[in-house]
Write a new protein. Sequence first.
Length: 104
Amino acid sequence: MYQIATFAIDNWINLIAISWFIICFKGYNIYTKKRSRNTYCLASLMYQYRLEWMTQMIGREVRIADEAAIANLERGVAFFASSTLLILASLMTINPAGKYIHDA
């Protein structure tokens, strides 16, 4: 218990900052969900297009175009995720002091 109290005292500004970030993030999420129900926005428009596309897809026999569209979307997401991981890994390996590990 003493360690937690010491940590909170030493890092109070960081705890306030992360708490504020979480409150703002959750609040914005709640706000946008409520707002998208009443306002014509990009999220509600895309939701309506997806519903219409899925209902039409059920009635069609040949779904090759639908499968190609989904495969392209999956490839795009996979490329974005892998490139993001590579960028993050390269940023984590940057040594700001300019020294090599074996020189220490």
